[in-house]
Design a binder for this molecule. Sequence first.
Ligand code: C5P
Length: 310
Amino acid sequence: MAMQWQWLQPGISCTVRTYAKINLTLDVLGRRSDGYHALATVMQTVDLYDTLSFTLRDDEQVRLVCTQPELSTETNLALRAAMVLREYTGQRYGALIELQKRIPSAAGLGGGSSDAAAALLALTRLWRLSLTSEELLRLAASLGSDVPFFLYGGLALCEGRGELVTPLPSCWPAEWRWLVLLKPAISVSTASVFGALTARDYSDGSHTWAVCAALREGRLPDLAHLYNGLERGVVERYAAVAAARAALLEAGAAFVRLSGSGPTLFTALAHLEEAQRLWLRLQEQGYEVYLTQAIYPSVESLTLLSLPAR
Ligand code: C5P
């Protein structure tokens, strides 16, 4: 331990971008005996990101500072990831975690999960820990169902309760190059959305399998298969989501889907000019809108360790 501290230099830091995701499909297959729901979902990272810096401290303290003070709490997933990593390895290293938050919280975009995955990867590096991919994936799954996906990023099929990740080839369709995300001005609890599901929201996974097959073959998936089993309940329960959905369609979106448990909605367009026109029209109506693209973070900085495909 003493030896390790000699080459762990306090003040060393690393900075990563942690990307949001959208769900292209989300089939809820049914309720499991552990209370979670069995899912088949296709997720894609998009270039809306938080910035996280990790600086080694020479004491045992792990501190989090966030640009949104209400998120600088012990329940913050980036901080929890650091604590879980320390507990698992038995190491007592310290770190300062600085989080510049841009991804809306409780929005169905996986921001907190993405931060947690980045914290696991960055601190494993910074603290010179040696963990296998399997150990990292297990720790990630213990933090949240979406966290393992963000260890990979890009495009992936996620099964189980969402934690079983199969990376798909980087084959986002050019016809959907530009993604317009609209975050209605409400927050939605994932647990309450899943809790309100009824059997009629369940599906057999065929939407997800059809989309995976189309993407693998380089075909544009049929819009009928961009299905999210959580969408009906969210649109019915939250008037703000229904209104935002109508506004997107009215502004010319060819289709609108909910991302994860929402409330964020998205649509896709081929050309920047039309995407920007749509973005502007919605922004003029006072909506929080983002113009993004699919992104494969392994070419940037998020994937600090190379994880094998399952
Ligand atoms: O895994 P995570 O902590 O993100 O999940 C938050 C909540 O969402 C869970 O406590 C559960 O109520 C619900 N959930 C579910 N089925 C899943 C994922 C999440 O019912 N596959």
